[in-house]
Design a protein. Structure first.
Lengths: 308, 312
């Protein structure tokens, strides 16, 4: 287990380097004058240009800039934006909001998705099963921004049940509806994955053995079938969690939530390259680490899987 | 949905060892076709897709109104007898725009899905055949692109390609959106193809072909590819729908297709600030979008049931 973890950790390094290099090159390497339009209608004052050029190493080739930036990242320095904000402060403000939103979405996915999958997988062919299959298919086809706009319009404007704009420091309750919207697509995937996986496992030898041992149905289903059936589901939720943290740009935009996705979006609009690169680098780290944890969880879920 | 009666499909010829002959290969596809013909899911989605294709190729069959013609004093008009779906902020006919929007939306979906499947399959086949170092290196490269969150990656790539405020032609915009989607999505298709290729490269028919002196290219494309194609095709069909949604999302954010081009995402993006005054201008393009995505996802689902003997 230890050696496996170490090997996986080492594999993360080139992936992290590659991703940040691509993002860094796209954001810095392709813009020919980073100071264009930064100081309103006139040219930026020479001392400002000189300070920023020195601080961001703009005179170096992009690859050297990137290496120096990585050096800063290792010491926890995310750099500063053109307007003088510490990127780490911006992240510290936005990350908790994004995290809460992702948490709501994942809880929704797990609770509703797995329950729906369990019900339809165990009942087998019938009314409930068809209903769940049709409704998940429908959810999969709905782009998040359509769901978001419609939910905001109906629940927020017409019924007045929720606020159309989430307050600056939202609680879990404020984020419930946005989280539901954000998690709806993945919830449908989780339900379908659980269902398929349960159906495949229901005829497995270990389930027959468990039944033959005289275990109660509840125990057979929960301790034997569900546990092993959850592997593809956990894999999916793991990959999804990383995507939810930053991929919530659309949901954050619709409900006016100030999270990490919004930070990247405004960073792009205001051409704050350091902000964009910093947030994306952080999101990539989160994504990679969550995936590693998921891989290690396999052995917990399925006793047949052993590392080394 | 999947509870319709169906025949036991036979995958005869697949596990039988010997070099795959054309008859054995067509066994899978003709079985699948026999089964698909009787599934309402497949028929409904097939009809919807055909209608959409006709709409995309010959929009003038459905409407004679110019989708860019503005009648400003009829701005935001609700659905009525002369304009069935109402009019948008600039007084353009929403029905005509929804019809004309099918073209760019489908084009992006089709090209992106094709690109993803081709790039992913080539990479996956190479990895499954050569294994070892090639496999590890390509896996890491795939992870690099899979690690970038889709929407964020799309925002970064598409904004870096065009200078702010730059006016870009519609063909170039479509190509850029397609390439962005392919760049960020090919690793998924690669993983699916790789898994199938790894399994098939151990089969007797591959060993037999190698023993007969077939080169890597011949083994990969003549022997492995036909046997690994089904799961990637299913994925490609489902993704076609998903990519149409992705194009709409990017356009909604203002970084995908833009105004002279009419697509459902562009229409939704234009109306988002005025949903309260003109909900019809949101509803109709959104409905077209959802029905289209649904049709492709359903088609993919039906294909998977027909091509994959497990999961029943």
């Amino acid at each position: 287990m230890g050696r496996y973890t170490l090997r996986r950790l080492l594999q993360l390094v080139p992936v992290f380097l590659g991703t940040t290099l691509i993002i860094y090159y796209l954001v810095w390497g392709l813009s020919d004058d980073p100071f264009a339009g930064k100081c309103g209608q006139r040219e930026c004052p020479a001392p400002y240009v000189a300070t920023m050029t020195a601080r961001l190493n703009l005179d170096d080739p992009v690859i050297v800039q990137w290496l120096k930036y990585l050096g800063g990242l290792l010491t926890g320095d995310f750099g500063r934006t053109f307007s003088g904000n510490e990127v780490s402060d911006l992240i510290a403000n936005a990350a908790p909001v994004s995290f809460r939103l992702a948490l709501v979405a994942v809880v929704v996915e797990i609770v509703i998705g797995i329950t729906a999958g369990l019900v339809s997988g165990l009942r087998g062919r019938g009314y409930v099963d068809s209903l769940i299959l049709v409704s998940t298919l429908f959810l999969i086809s709905l782009p998040v921004f359509v769901t978001g706009l419609v939910v905001k319009q109906v629940l927020g404007v017409e019924l007045g049940w929720i606020r159309t704009s989430v307050p600056p420091d939202p609680t879990i309750l404020d984020l419930f509806v946005p989280g539901l919207v954000l998690g709806s697509l993945s919830m449908a995937f989780v339900a379908r994955l659980t269902r398929t996986s349960l159906m495949e496992n229901s005829r497995a030898d270990f389930v027959r053995t468990a039944v033959a041992k005289g275990l109660s149905r509840r125990r057979v289903v929960l301790a034997h079938m569900l546990r092993t059936s959850l592997i593809p589901v956990v894999t999916f939720i793991g990959t999804d969690l990383g995507a939810l943290m930053g991929g919530a740009v659309v949901t954050e935009g619709v409900f006016n939530i100030r999270g990490l996705g919004g930070l990247v979006f405004t960073g792009i609009q205001r051409q704050e390259q350091t902000q964009v690169v910093g947030v994306v680098a952080l999101l990539v780290i989160i994504y990679l680490v969550v995936n590693l944890i998921v891989d290690l969880l396999y052995a917990v879920l399925d006793p047949r899987i052993r590392y080394d | 949905m999947t509870d319709t009666l169906r025949q036991e499909p036979s995958l005869a010829g697949h596990d039988e060892g010997a070099v795959v002959s054309p008859e054995a290969e067509s066994g899978l596809w003709s079985d699948a076709w026999k089964q698909l013909r009787r599934r309402p899911l497949f028929i409904i989605s097939g009809v919807v897709i055909i209608v959409l294709l006709v709409m995309a190729l010959f929009p003038s069959l459905f409407t004679s109104v110019d989708p860019t013609f503005q009648v400003l004093d009829r701005s935001g008009e609700a659905p009525n007898a002369s304009s069935w779906f109402g009019r948008d902020l600039f007084g353009r006919d929403v029905y005509a725009r929804a019809i004309y929007g099918a073209g760019p939306s489908l084009a992006v979906g089709l090209l992106a899905s094709l690109g993803t499947v081709v790039v992913g399959s080539l990479a996956g086949l190479t990895m499954g055949y050569f294994r070892g170092l090639t496999d590890s290196v390509l896996s890491r490269i795939g992870e690099i692109f899979a690690g970038i969150p889709f929407v964020l990656g799309g925002i970064v790539i598409l904004t870096s390609l065009n200078k702010p405020g730059e006016i870009v032609g519609s063909t170039r915009l479509i190509v850029q959106v397609v390439l962005t989607i392919v760049l960020l999505s090919w690793p998924l298709a690669m993983r699916i193809m790789r898994a199938a290729a790894l399994a098939s490269s151990q089969q007797d028919y591959v060993k037999a072909a190698r023993a007969l002196g077939a080169g890597p290219l011949r083994i990969m494309f003549r022997h492995m590819l036909p046997n690994c194609l089904a799961p990637v095709l299913v994925y490609g069909t489902i993704q076609l729908g998903v990519f149409i949604g992705a194009e709409a999302t990017l356009s909604y954010l203002g970084i995908g297709l833009k105004d002279p081009v009419v697509s459902w995402g562009v229409m939704i993006s234009e109306v988002q600030a005025r949903i309260i005054q003109m909900p019809h201008a949101l509803f109709f393009p959104a409905a077209f979008l959802v029905v289209t995505v649904l049709a492709f996802v359903m088609m993919g689902d039906a294909l998977r049931d027909a091509l994959d003997p497990r999961g029943r």
